[in-house]
Design a protein around this ligand. Sequence first.
Ligand SMILES: Cc1cc2nc3c(=O)[nH]c(=O)nc-3n(C[C@H](O)[C@H](O)[C@H](O)COP(=O)(O)OP(=O)(O)OC[C@H]3O[C@@H](n4cnc5c(N)ncnc54)[C@H](O)[C@@H]3O)c2cc1C
Length: 410
Amino acid sequence: MADLPNNAKYVIVGGGAVGCGVAYSLAKAGEKDIVLLEREPTVAAVTSSQAAGLVGQVRSTVDRVQLAMWSVKTFSALQEDQEANPAWRQVGSLRLALNDQRVAEFEKLKSVADEAGLGVQFIDNATAKKKWPLLNFDAVKAALWCPTDGYLQPYDLTMAYVTHARRLGVAFCPSTNVEEILVEDGQVQGVATDRGTIESPIVINAAGANAYHVAKSVGIELPIIPVRHSFFVTVHSDGLHPDMPVVRIPDIRLYLRPETNALLAGGWEPKSLALDVNTYEIDSPTPPLEDDWDVLGEFGADLSPYVPKLDELGVRGVFKGWPTFAPDGRFMIGESCRVKGFVMAGGCNAHGVSGSAGIGRHVVESILEETPSEYVRSLSPDRFTETTWDWETATEQAREIYSNYYAIGH
Ligand SMILES: Cc1cc2nc3c(=O)[nH]c(=O)nc-3n(C[C@H](O)[C@H](O)[C@H](O)COP(=O)(O)OP(=O)(O)OC[C@H]3O[C@@H](n4cnc5c(N)ncnc54)[C@H](O)[C@@H]3O)c2cc1C
């Protein structure tokens, strides 16, 4: 186990994709004296290792598209390293519309992508079917193709960040549980852990489903709400191979991709389940999560008209976790004006793996730039004050955002 230093310029709490992405981004920007603390014996042990690894750049605002484009650029650069890469497969993505309203939404998404400089195009069903012969395209009214999208392996991505950040001098301390953030006169002083105290003027909160508790430790209540998400992977099947694109069918709230020669399928359950953050503490993990076969069965039933072969395929694994949502569906990035040195990197809204490089970049911008961009400032945790939100409404909003993840115009 790495020795715990007595002090550091930056302490990052949480070794998921986001914390490790932030560590890598800070080190890459030339910053030194960075320590990352992770409660589990290894990084990516909690939500990040459960993710499907989809990387989608087609989003509803130019800033958000460009954040995702930065992530893709980073993944492609990391992929060049033979020893430590994210297993990034730039296989493209297909977004399928089943009704006219959705087609109109795709047209809007395309114009946002055009403005952001992201290449996307409509392709006809015959061309799309060549990319995914197992899919039934009879009901498909439009197919939007993004050739630079793809998928990666979340654990590999996190380990790639760790390896590259270590080479740049970042210290990683697993099996270290942060119990309290130390604050004096409105300025962060350091962290208290089960292995001792580290003095530090800057603490970055990348604690995933514990991010609420970490913020509360400095006296700030932030609406960071864990909402359950899951997907299944089938047994191997003929007709599937790893270079097939990611597919999203928003009208049935589902996504799919090849996982080697098997099918990975997940979705956004209409009656989402939020976790009450008051049922666990800063230094304890989220309560255990069971497989919900009613929900997974519905995913299968909704998907089978489009992938008729699905009915023949057994399920070999279920992945699940508690990604966190902000009630406005946006990332929470940057220093709080209420506690100097307390920086947020969270509220990932179920795209924290794909967003991790872009989030890292924006955390760096928020800390190092004298005048961060308007977009970065708009992601500040300061948008949530005690008078602007309450738990009941925020939880309902987070659940809504989850369930309507693929809502028209989202
Ligand atoms: C089933 C599923 C599928 C998903 N699919 C995708 C996808 O395809 N694409 C995508 O981009 N995203 C996806 N996501 C979302 C993605 O997994 C999350 O947004 C992302 O993992 C969040 O990363 P994180 O680093 O913030 O959180 P985590 O990975 O949970 O990391 C937080 C870390 O903080 C540590 N920690 C907490 N408290 C403390 C403490 N007190 N002291 C020390 N350490 C602490 C935890 O142990 C944990 O390791 C999916 C999520 C799920 C559950």
